[in-house]
Design a protein around this ligand. Structure first.
Ligand code: PXL
Length: 282
């Protein structure tokens, strides 16, 4: 087989399950172009169609939950399977059981599940979410191979009080609690330390033939601006890089750099997202 043929054979097919916000540079409108740009066949399962994301003053919401079993039926008939899954904003607690059904029925052997829980930030739940959603997410993350909560989501999931002042011990405590709940790789995002921002990765490795937890920080420069959608961009670049064979920490570092670049390429007046399109073409 020629190199080119091998490349063609190896193309991975991912399913990304999240909402479709018509306007807002988040969820599917970032995951689809980013994953595709990295050469991954990207299939989508839109959980809802929103006029725009929920950081605008108002939004419409068409719930697609009732359509999902119909989609599954057709995928089943067409024998469709996926090599990986990336989940972001789902929107309704009922979607968690449908996500599990999706992993059960449409996974190729060993297909990794990457879940960004997406329901809270800055110590608060996003509009439209409640503690029942968090409880269902607590069950769903047990099916993940990698979870990508921010600090607030990590607090809700572990029932830990949110603190503005965080520190190393607090972050490690959150990560260890999540590791105990899932037994899989935990990556806490938006971790701040001494003017830097990044991730804390907690994963299990074999050391002297024994499974041992290994924690690593990936910290980069912190820019003053905070923008919407950067978590979704981070998750997409991280996933593309990880599926491409890079390590967890290299994938975090690449994804963080990508987000920093997006922020640097976004006008201050552009309040609702970042211009990732400019970075995608670099
Ligand atoms: O970026 C996360 C996200 C995705 N989708 C919708 C959102 C949000 C965050 O608020 O509102 C609809």
């Amino acid at each position: 087989m020629s190199n080119n043929e091998e490349e063609i054979m190896k193309t991975k097919r991912i399913l990304t399950m999240q909402d479709l916000s018509c306007v807002g540079q988040c969820s599917l409108t970032v995951a689809l172009p980013i994953l595709s740009r990295y050469g991954i066949e990207t299939c989508v399962l839109p959980t809802a169609v929103l006029s725009n994301h929920t950081m605008f003053k108002g939004w419409s919401y068409l719930d697609l939950t009732p359509e999902i079993p119909v989609i599954y039926e057709n995928w089943k008939n067409n024998n469709i399977k996926f090599d990986a899954f990336l989940l972001g904003y789902l929107g309704k607690a009922e979607l968690m059981a449908l996500a599990e059904k999706c992993f059960d029925e449409f996974s190729e052997d060993g297909a990794p599940v990457i879940i960004d829980p997406v329901f809270a930030d800055n110590g608060k739940l996003y509009g439209g979410f409640d503690l029942n959603y968090v409880a269902e997410m607590r069950k769903l993350i047990k099916r993940a191979d990698i979870i990508l909560p921010n600090v607030t989501e990590a607090c809700f999931l572990t029932e830990t009080e949110y603190r503005e002042e965080q520190g190393d011990e607090y972050i490690k405590e959150l990560a260890n609690k999540l590791f105990e709940m899932t037994g899989k790789t935990v990556i806490i995002t938006g971790v701040e330390s001494g003017g830097y921002i990044g991730e804390y990765i907690l994963t299990e490795i074999m050391r002297a033939k024994k499974p041992t937890r290994k924690g690593t920080y990936v910290l980069l420069e912190k820019l003053p601006e905070k923008r919407h959608g950067t978590g979704d961009i981070f998750a997409s670049v991280f996933t593309a890089s990880y599926l491409g064979g890079k390590s967890l920490s290299d994938s975090c570092s690449l994804a963080s750099r990508f987000v920093i670049d997006c922020l640097k390429n976004t006008d201050r007046a552009h309040f609702y997202g970042v211009n990732f399109e400019k970075v995608l073409n670099k």
